[in-house]
Design a protein around this ligand. Sequence first.
Ligand SMILES: *Cc1c(COP(=O)(O)O)cnc(C)c1O
Length: 417
Amino acid sequence: MEIWHPFTQHGLEEPIIEIETSDREFLITPEGGKIIDGISSWWVNTIGHRRPEIAEAIQKEAQKLHQIIFAGFTHKPALNVAEKLSKFLPENYTRIFFSDSGSTSVEVALKMAVGYHFNKGKTGRSKVVAMEHSYHGDTFGGMSSGARSVFNEPYVKMLFEVERIPCPIEGREEEVINIYKNLLQKEGDKIGAIILEPLVLGSGGMFFYKPFVIEELYKLSKEYGVIFCLDEVMTGFGRTGTMFAFNQTNIIPDIICLSKGLTGGSIPLAATVCTEEIYNAFLSKDKAKMFFHSSSYTANPVACAAACANLEIWEKTDVLADVKKINNFYQGQIERIKKLGGKNVRALGDIFAFEVQAEGNDYVSNIGVKFYEYFRKNDVLLRPLGNTVYIMPPYCITEESLAKIFDVIEGAMKEYL
Ligand SMILES: *Cc1c(COP(=O)(O)O)cnc(C)c1O
């Protein structure tokens, strides 16, 4: 049997690279080749690969407790995650629900939001609002909320319909706020939830937008009783320069989804965090009102121990200072990339992105493939999204590695543009 890899067209015979170990920002091959992980292994890694503190916590817990049923049972690692995460979140968040991936954390959020209305007798409020170009995972709820594209074309008829608002990129903010307002005026009583990627639309093309838009959309949502969910799966744990993207706003969402950085990028775990108001809608003597959701590996103790070790690193060290350093480095590269022909060159927190001119704008556009190969041959892992080139490294990356990434990008731009 051979392995069928994700997001891989095996027909193109794309090489599959074996990695034996990893260290800080490096992926290391069995031959000792060192590849700079410029995208944090698809955004999961935050504080560097194979952090000893996390490895140790995993080892310790693995000797003590593996998976146990989480309905009617609990354990210290899960209780510790709840306690430690609380310290980084506003007091309004009183409940944490565990699952195991970003996608499932989104499913849980949507089910919480719609179930909230249902339990309050509003059975017609099951519509969801999401942004164009958004990405919320590859399960059906995630795909439904996410943009329709080549990613999900065969399944379009199976997806539930979602109301769309455009992405409020610079210059379109007022327009988008008004579109949402009109939507609510027209059918606010049918809308149960809005789900957004805060500040950055990741997979959709690294589109940035301003915090005040989130505040305005939140205000409108409150006016119409719409549950406000932020999908912080990518933005959480420092990516945008604050621990969570919503920290750059003055609002507290009803529900947030966390996953990628929760264990520092070590093992899978996800959390959907909500306010007491959401939780209370399910609290009853009536069993039919409970939250009907579980995954077999809910709150895996080893994963929870890894999350605790990660949160301890956040407690003890100034992780955001590393993000700031990276951003400062980016500021010095913006002009350089512009001169080389980069369009829309932008940086936020740990993320640097720009577009290159190419025929067609879609994910399968050739230029991204050529760039990817060029980067790979130069021992840098970057995976352009169509013609959007972006960098999102682990925060411990050295200036030397950052400089190498930009040199390699320059090389690719000179070769192909
Ligand atoms: C990656 C991602 C997801 C899906 O997370 P998985 O762990 O891959 O299921 C959902 N939402 C956002 C914003 C993401 O970036």
